[in-house]
Every structure is written in C-alpha cells, then in structure tokens.
Design a protein around this ligand. Structure first.
Ligand code: E4P
Length: 224
C-alpha cells in the first residue's frame, strides 16, 4: 500500500491536508524542528492529536557518532508512537543502520544524493530510503534518474527497502517519481498545495455552478 507523508510539523498545514489526503504520517528533520522551535516530544504529541494514534512518524537522529545514533535510535523507538528512525546515509550512519538491522527498530536512510549511497543503505538493511530529488537536480544531476536507478537495484537484488523520495519542488518531479513505482513519498505543504490545485479546475467548476444556478437557482442536484 502506497504511503503518503507530509514533510512538516506545522499543525495548521497538517490539519488542512489531512482532510483531503490519505496521510500515513509525517517526516521531519532537524531543520524542520529547529525552524518550528518546538521540541520533539511536544511536536509528536501535537501531530498525533491531528493524525491519530496509528500515524507513522519519521524522526531524524542528530548524533554524530555511531554510538550516539544507536542510543538515539533506542530512545526514539521507545516513545509511544509508530516511529521510524531517520539516519543520514553517511559512513557512521551506515554503521548504525547495519547494527539496527538485527533489531526491531525501523530505519529510514536519509540525505541520499547518489545511487551508490542508496544501494549501500539498502544493503545495510534500511527499511526506507529517502533520496532528495530536487536537491540532486539543484546540484546539476538528475534526481528522477537517481531514484529510478536505486529502485532498479533494490528490485534486482531483492532488497527489502521501500523508496520514500523527498525534497520535491514541483508536481512534475512528484508524478515522475510516483510512476517509477516507489512505495512512498513525502511532500512539503507547498508541493501538496500544487498537487491539489490545477489552474484549469476552478474556472471549469465555476462554469458548472453558473450554468446550474441560471436554471435551478440554489437547489441542490437532488432537489431539482
Ligand atoms: C525529508 O526526509 C528531507 O528531510 C526533506 O524532504 C528535504 O527536503 P528539502 O530539500 O525541501 O529541504
């Protein structure tokens, strides 16, 4: 089952998009939390009130040694939520991911900018892989092609990882990635907004409304 996440901890945005989108949960990173100024536990509590108790939360570690990341992963896993521990796919991060593979702790390998990084994280046992589509594009490479190659390697080698691409800036990137058959994506609120709003739709709906009202006034369809 495809998993859709919102890449935010903003309560207003979450409440808004949770009405129309089948959100599985949220993804966060240290920059998102720092920008909000609200700590992790309060954030999780607030978001769970909006999304419900079965929502999944992807929460990133901040430690810069393998030992610290492992400690953080255990503490995050012990919180009373469905937590996936996000770990940057660096050398020390991959060492932590490899060790966590033997535990029940779910891990997302994040900050993936290359095919080899995604492949190594999948080999280390990450349950999810988060390649950064737009950030790769911004560096002059092709984010969609990087995701396609990682997806191919995961399939070819029968690896268990689910791709959860992140860092989108437009609907073209989102839909090209979804067409690759990835298992999940995470969207910033601005991109969710773009997906929900096509400029041709409001004029079309207004035309229907005007045509109807000209003949049937304020009656609803079943009242005519
Ligand atoms: C998600 O896992 C990433 O932290 C995030 O989507 C990066 O997105 P950005 O490039 O918009 O910061």
């Amino acid at each position: 089952m495809f998993e859709l996440y919102l890449d935010t901890t903003d309560a207003l945005q979450l409440a808004r998009f949770n009405k129309a989108l089948p959100l599985k949960g949220i993804t966060t990173n240290p920059s998102i939390l720092a920008k909000s100024g609200v700590g992790l536990k309060e954030t999780l509590n607030n978001c769970a009130k909006i999304l419900g108790s079965d929502a999944r939360f992807h929460v990133q570690t901040v430690g810069n040694t393998t030992e610290d990341i492992l400690k953080e992963a255990e503490q995050l896993h012990a919180l009373p939520y469905d937590i996936v521990v996000k770990i940057p796919a660096t050398e020390i991060g991959l060492a932590a991911i490899k060790q966590l593979n033997a535990t029940p702790i779910s891990v997302l390998a994040t900050a993936i900018y290359s095919v080899q990084q995604g492949f190594l994280a999948a080999l280390a046992g990450a349950e999810y892989l988060a390649p950064y589509v737009n950030r790769i594009d911004t560096l002059g490479a092709n984010g969609i092609a990087v995701v396609a190659d990682i997806q191919l390697l995961v399939k070819q080698h029968n690896l268990k990882s689910i791709l959860l691409p992140a860092s989108f800036k437009n609907t073209h990137q989102v839909m090209e990635i979804v067409k690759l058959g990835v298992g999940a994506i995470t969207l910033a609120p601005e991109v969710a907004e773009q997906l929900l709003n096509h400029p041709a739709v409001p004029p079309a709906v207004n035309q229907f409304e005007n045509d109807w009202k000209n003949v049937f006034g304020d009656k609803l369809s079943y009242e005519s």
